[in-house]
Design a protein around this ligand. Structure first.
Ligand code: GUN
Length: 289
């Protein structure tokens, strides 16, 4: 029988820890951490994600500011807004919700954010610090996954870990964190050009599915006793739900779960952990003042 990795529960515990830190800051006469979020346009999932981030801030006692910008804002205007946040001493950290409209370069925007205020940990300086094992802001989803493995005391040292997907915000940074001293996993990254992915996943002690393809991972790709982490969050239409859609992971849960020692559900697995990572980075940013 498999064990469920409860991301919602662990995220609640971490939020309590962060709220306690905010209280400590207040007692010491310091200001509460302040996160700003830029949301461009009103595309459904970005809108939901940003609203949740604002809610999370309130829950732990942070101040937050949501900046809504029109979809047709020029790259130059957006860069000016970022410069404004960089120099605003009241803001500890900020994020620009991705994806951006096509006429704006994601890389140029990420590089314009002051690395000290980069609450997403996406700036090349912060990625570089992570690669050489220095303290700093960590990308949200990789941080969330590592924290789940740590808090559930799931052994990673010397184990074969296969990550499916090589994105800049999940697969690649996660491969770096899991292979670092302390985690000590043997990491393989497979992707859309890998031949016979199942030959790799069948040898894996830990599988992280982060490719964005609903139900991709099936039981015959997984060895008995494996740990399976599902990063997928595809929205599909669903009747009978409150908002007309539901989240579907990259793992065919009912097929795969019986073979696992541990598995994350979707929703309630990695997602809530991704959200607390942003709070952790913002608290760290406030601590640098
Ligand atoms: N879009 C999807 N995930 C993220 C994230 O972690 N941060 C930002 N800024 N945009 C996203």
């Amino acid at each position: 029988m498999y064990n469920l990795i409860d991301g919602k529960k662990i995220a609640s515990e971490i939020k309590l820890e962060i709220a306690a830190e905010v209280e400590k800051r207040l007692s010491a006469g310091k200001k509460v951490p302040h996160l700003a979020a830029i949301l461009i346009g009103n595309e459904g999932s970005s809108e939901t994600y940003v609203n949740n981030k604002v809610k999370d801030c309130a829950e732990v006692g942070f101040k937050s500011t949501l900046i809504r910008l029109n979809r047709d804002i020029s790259e130059t205007e957006l860069l000016e807004r970022i410069a404004g946040l960089n120099s605003d001493t009241d803001i500890d950290g900020f994020i620009v919700q991705l994806p951006l409209p096509e006429h704006i370069s994601e890389n140029r925007i990420i590089e314009a954010i002051d690395p000290e205020k980069d609450a997403d940990g996406f700036h090349p300086v912060n990625i570089g610090r992570m690669v050489i094992g220095l303290d700093g802001y960590l990308p949200a989803t990789p941080f969330g996954i590592v924290e789940l493995l740590r808090r559930y005391k799931i052994e990673t040292a010397g184990r074969n870990c296969v990550i499916i997907g090589r994105s800049n915000i999940v697969g690649r940074p996660l491969s770096i964190l899991l292979s670092q001293k302390g985690m000590d996993a043997t990491v393989t990254v497979v992707h859309s050009k890998t031949r016979n992915i199942e030959n790799f996943t069948r040898e894996a002690d830990i599988i992280v599915a982060a490719l964005g393809s609903p139900g991709f991972l099936k039981a015959d790709m997984v060895k008995v006793g494996a740990v399976v982490i599902d990063v997928g969050t595809t929205r599909v239409q669903a009747s009978g739900t409150k908002n007309g859609w539901k989240l579907v992971g990259d793992v065919d849960f009912y097929d795969v779960a019986p073979r696992c020692s541990w598995i994350t559900p979707v929703p309630g697995g990695v997602g809530p952990m991704t959200r607390v990572a942003l709070l952790r980075n913002t608290l760290m940013a406030a601590g640098k003042k």
